[in-house]
Design a protein around this ligand. Structure first.
Ligand code: SF4
Length: 323
């Protein structure tokens, strides 16, 4: 594994055509060490922090099996219309004060259009003007290219659209839209000038083969940031009884995504609380980015503790700023 890591640092790139099964039997410690050296060699010590705000909650027409916000499941999640520009700006201000690199509005629903799109554009413009050094990301489902372009013009530089799992397993997770819809969305966002954040959720009953395929697919799409969520089963969803992944499985997954996507931000999202120390080992196994603070519908990690942990591991962070 160390030799493979060195080859990747020297320029080799793995694809779905390579024998990826070697990752499944490799010694975990060596695998993680190799992933950490790829991260250090190709990405350096910068860690990227982002925070998200749920800009419009619940009542989603789609039937993603893991999601608390789908109207197809009964989870009792909070339902509300598009937040005000003041609420969104306030979240941005506190992210900036905490030294967070990126701030993203996420909205439940198949897409974002009409009056809510106008509200989002006005909010992004306002935030971009007020805090020009913040980076803005957007996650609004399957949007038209012309609307993604409007987001770009309003100051958003990264579009988020998770592929969730492998193409093969996707129909087990969602039937109201397809993997092809996701691919098209990523292509449209790229065409609109955006960098891409796309990953998914692990621990939804997929096989190791699905995980390898997903990692190889994201490499093929050349995505810039890969959020990895480790399923937190939500009562009332079809995956509410799913058995959580073991820590060792999670570490192996993170390392594999790094070998296949050596230059991307491997971004840890939901599920860090499966590790009592905030997931230190994840950042020694190839990860170099994380969502900090709460997730959309589950509790996340405290930003001050995340900063301490990452700095102690030798990562460099954006400075926190006072108001
Ligand atoms: S993941 Fe997104 S699209 Fe799927 S049900 Fe949840 S809010 Fe809707």
């Amino acid at each position: 594994m160390i030799q493979l890591a060195n080859e990747i640092i020297a320029g080799r790139r793995l694809t779905g055509e390579d024998d990826l099964a070697v990752f499944l039997t490799a010694d975990l410690e060596e695998l993680c060490k190799g992933a950490d050296s790829i991260r250090a060699g190709l990405c350096g010590e910068k860690a990227d922090l982002c925070s998200i705000i749920n800009g419009r909650g619940g009542r989603c027409s789609e039937n993603c099996k893991f999601c608390a916000q789908s109207a197809h499941h009964h989870t009792g999640c909070e339902e509300y219309g598009f937040l005000s520009a003041e609420e969104l700006l306030e979240g941005c201000k506190s992210s900036r004060e905490n030294g967070i690199d990126r701030y993203s509005i996420v909205t439940a629903g198949r897409t974002l259009e009409g009056a809510d799109l106008e509200k989002a554009l006005a909010a992004y413009k306002k935030m971009h003007e007020t805090y020009p050094e913040m980076k803005f990301c957007a996650s609004h489902g399957l949007m038209k290219e012309e609307d993604i372009r409007k987001l770009y013009e309003a100051g958003v530089t990264m579009y988020h659209s998770n592929v969730e799992t492998s193409e093969h397993y996707f129909p087990e997770i969602c039937t109201t839209h397809t993997y092809e819809d996701k691919k098209e969305e990523i292509r449209r966002a790229k065409a609109a000038g955006m960098t891409i954040c796309s990953g998914g959720i692990l621990g939804m009953g997929e096989s190791w083969q699905d995980r390898l395929e997903m990692a190889a697919f994201l490499a093929e799409m050349k995505v810039d940031s890969i959020p990895l969520n480790f399923l937190i089963p939500i009562p009332g969803t079809p995956l509410g009884e799913q058995k959580p992944l073991e820590q060792e499985e999670i570490l192996r997954i993170v390392a594999i995504f790094r070998y296949l996507n050596p230059m991307a931000y491997i971004r840890i999202a939901a599920g860090r609380n499966y590790f009592s120390d905030g997931g230190k080992a994840l950042f020694l196994s190839g990860a170099n980015a994380t969502i900090t603070g709460d997730m959309l519908t589950t509790t996340g990690q405290n930003t001050a503790q995340d900063r301490d942990m990452l700095e102690n591991l030798g990562f460099r962070l954006k400075a926190a700023k006072s108001a």
